[in-house]
Design a protein around this ligand. Structure first.
Ligand code: UDP
Ligand code: MG
Length: 338
């Protein structure tokens, strides 16, 4: 592993949708954490807090402007309308990566415990490009949320979607990894599946997720379900494949059925018309499903093509003789252990 020489300029990114009730509490807390870390020398003094207003209809933006003028290094980004949590995070990272070496995304309601920010930065300094904050338990969740979340991770796993269990959108990303993420041009943003796809060295830090400090959830059940279904279908074409396989299975059953009905007919056990009816139902049903599956498989290919995701991602190049433009690589130093 390569350790970093330079103390990072850190950007904390908070998406906020109608968060007027909680913003003050959150910022007060984060400002303290930021200055403590600056004092200790673990982040640069120009490390900043960025709030992305995701088309709020309340006083969120007005408040951001007030805080902005009161304190240094509070940056407001306003989206033109409500785009949703994931696009808001993406917008924040895209802006922050112009300035920050490392950035951490966390919810505006302080549910993501900011006390572990320092540990996350430590992992970054050890050379990790991505640090996932992982919940140690789901004690603070309702029974319903806990179990639906569990089911979601199970199903996603079966379908081959690579997710870090019990990790949501509380994570640190280096500028290098954010730049790579920005090359994924898809419209259906589901960060917790996109980030592991980048393949950069990553670490985990565990935390206890708290309860919302003020205000109410901006993720009602309907939004949560849409998010889950969108997430899975954006990363897996296995449901289509499943249709095809089911079609094959039913055609197989029809084969057995044909033999069975023929024997029954020959032995004289069958009612007139029964054999042909049974065989047609099963055979045609199976062929139909298989045909849909075949069409689906092609659509699945189109689906992955239109995303135009980068086909590879180079992490590092060594041995370059002529110095290129200033890049993150220059902030690395080989660890003495290697
Ligand atoms: N959020 C957002 N846009 C939305 C919905 C939510 O930016 O359309 C933000 C919200 O302000 C918060 C974070 O996403 O900072 C997580 O939302 P919330 O805490 O309401 O979700 P929960 O924790 O209840 O799942
Ligand atoms: Mg919350």
């Amino acid at each position: 592993m390569i350790v970093r020489q330079k103390v990072p300029r850190l950007g904390l990114i908070l998406p906020a949708y109608n968060e007027e009730e909680v913003l003050k509490t959150t910022l007060t807390k984060l400002k303290i954490i930021r200055s403590e870390m600056i004092k200790k020398g673990s982040i640069q003094p120009d490390s900043f807090i960025m709030i992305v207003d995701d088309g709020s209809k309340d006083r969120t933006w007005a408040l951001i402007n007030e805080y902005e003028s009161e304190a240094d290094q509070i940056i407001g980004v306003k989206l033109s309308r409500n785009f949703g949590h994931q696009p808001a995070l993406l917008a924040g990272m895209s802006e922050a990566s112009k300035m920050a070496d490392a950035m951490i995304t966390l919810d505006a309601d302080l549910q993501d415990n900011p006390e572990i920010i320092e540990q996350m930065v430590n992992k970054y300094n050890q050379g990790y490009e991505i640090v996932y904050a992982v919940r140690s338990s789901r004690k603070t969740d309702t029974w319903f949320k806990r179990n639906t979340a569990l089911a979601f991770y199970k199903i996603a796993g079966w379908l081959g979607v690579d997710l870090v269990p019990n990790h949501a959108d509380f994570r640190l990303m280096s500028r290098t990894s954010v730049k790579a993420l920005m090359k994924m041009p898809e419209r259906n943003v589901f960060l917790r599946a996109m980030v592991p796809l980048l393949g950069y060295p990553s670490a985990e830090v565990t935390y206890e997720r708290g309860t919302r400090q003020a205000g109410s959830t901006k993720y009602p059940l309907k939004k949560m379900l849409t998010f889950a279904v969108d997430g899975i279908t954006s990363f897996s074409v296995k449901p289509i494949r499943f249709l095809f396989d089911l079609g094959v299975l039913i055609v197989g059953i029809a084969g057995v059925e044909i033999i069975y009905t023929l024997i029954a007919k020959m032995l004289g056990h069958a009612q007139a018309g029964w054999s042909s009816l049974m065989v047609s139902i099963w055979l045609l049903g199976g062929i139909n499903l298989m045909a849909i599956g075949v069409v689906g498989i092609y659509i699945g290919k189109i689906f992955t093509e239109v995303k135009q995701r980068p086909r590879f991602q180079i992490e590092n190049v060594t041995g370059e003789k002529t110095p290129g433009p200033v890049s993150d690589v220059s902030t690395y130093k080989k660890a003495s252990s290697e």
